[in-house]
Design a protein around this ligand. Structure first.
Ligand SMILES: Nc1ncnc2c1ncn2[C@@H]1O[C@H](COP(=O)(O)OP(=O)(O)OP(=O)(O)O)[C@@H](O)[C@H]1O
Length: 249
C-alpha cells in the first residue's frame, strides 16, 4: 500500500536540450513512496539528463520537479535533504579512507561529530563493509565501491534514493547483492527508489516501470502492464525502442 502524502518524485512536463539537441521532451513521471521504480532506457535515452535535473546539477528550465512535494527549483534545500543519489560515474575520493569519504559527505549535510560517525558505521554495517572502514577507497573492488556509494547516499536518511545505472560493469554476484540491498531498503525501510537501467533482468513483475526512449516517456505502469500484449517485458521493450538508441550514428 502506498503511504499517504505526495509522491516521492514528481516530474511534470520537463524538457531539456543541449544546444539545439533535445535530450528530454515533455517528460512526466511519478515515483510513488516506498516503491521500487525502474527507469528503463537504451543508451542516450535521457536517463542521466533526468538525474542531473532531479539532483539540480542542471537547472530545470521547462517543467517542474518535486521531491516529496518540495519543488527542486524553489525549495532546493528541502528537496535535496530528502534525496539520496548514486551517480553513474564513480564519485568516491580514492585517496581518503572509506570512513572519511562518509564523514565528509555527512558534513555536507550538516551532520558532524559522533552522530556522523555513528551513522557512517550503521550504513557501512548494512552494506557489510564496516570492516573496510579504515581502508583507502582505492583498495576496494568496483562492487564494494558501489556499496560504499549507496551507504553514503543513505547517511542523511533520505526518503528517495535515485541510482543511475548502479550495476554497470559489475559481475553477477555484485549486481545481485546491490540489487538485493536496495530492494531491502524499499521493503523494510520504506525508501522510494528510482533505479535507472537498461538491464531487463533487474526488473521484477511487480515493479513500477517507466520506459524512456529518445527523451520521451513511451510507457509507464507495473512491469506486467507494460509487458501486456507482448510475450514478456523484453519483447515489449524491444518493440517500444525498435527504432534504436538516440546516440546511434
Ligand atoms: N553534456 C552533453 N552535451 C551534449 N549532449 C549531451 C550531453 N549529455 C548527454 N547528451 C546527449 O543527450 C542525450 C541523452 O543522453 P543521456 O546521457 O541523458 O542518456 P542516458 O539514457 O543516460 O544514456 P546512457 O545509458 O548512455 O548513460 C543523448 O543524445 C546524448 O548524446
Amino acid at each position: 500500500m502506498t503511504p499517504p502524502g505526495p509522491p516521492a518524485l514528481m516530474v511534470e512536463k520537463v524538457s531539456h536540450s543541449y544546444g539545439s539537441r533535445p535530450a528530454l521532451r515533455d517528460v512526466t513521471l511519478t515515483v510513488p513512496q516506498s516503491r521500487f521504480t525502474a527507469l528503463l532506457g537504451l543508451n542516450g535515452a535521457g536517463k542521466t539528463t533526468l538525474f542531473s535535473l532531479v539532483t539540480r546539477l542542471f537547472h530545470t528550465r521547462q517543467g517542474s520537479i518535486q521531491v516529496l512535494g518540495h519543488p527542486v527549483a524553489r525549495e532546493p534545500g528541502e528537496a535535496l535533504r530528502r534525496l539520496g543519489v548514486v551517480f553513474q560515474a564513480r564519485t568516491l575520493d580514492l585517496d581518503l579512507s572509506v570512513m572519511d569519504n562518509l564523514l565528509y559527505h555527512a558534513a555536507l549535510h550538516g551532520i558532524g561529530g559522533r552522530e556522523a560517525r555513528a551513522r557512517a558505521e550503521a550504513v557501512l554495517r548494512d552494506v557489510e563493509l564496516l570492516v573496510r572502514a579504515r581502508d583507502r577507497a582505492r583498495l576496494l573492488s568496483g562492487g564494494q565501491m558501489r556499496r560504499v556509494e549507496i551507504a553514503r547516499a543513505l547517511l542523511h536518511a533520505p526518503r528517495l534514493l535515485v541510482l543511475d545505472e548502479p550495476t554497470v560493469g559489475l559481475d553477477v554476484a555484485s549486481r545481485r547483492s546491490i540489487l538485493r540491498h536496495v530492494r531491502d531498503l524499499v521493503q523494510n525501510r520504506g525508501v522510494a527508489v528510482l533505479w535507472a537501467t537498461h538491464l531487463l533482468d533487474e526488473i521484477d513483475p511487480g515493479d513500477a516501470v517507466v520506459v524512456l526512449h529518445r527523451g520521451r516517456v513511451v510507457a509507464a505502469g507495473e512491469a506486467g502492464e507494460v509487458a501486456a500484449g507482448a510475450t514478456d517485458l523484453r519483447e515489449a521493450f524491444m518493440r517500444l525502442t525498435c527504432d534504436g538508441q538516440d546516440d546511434a550514428p
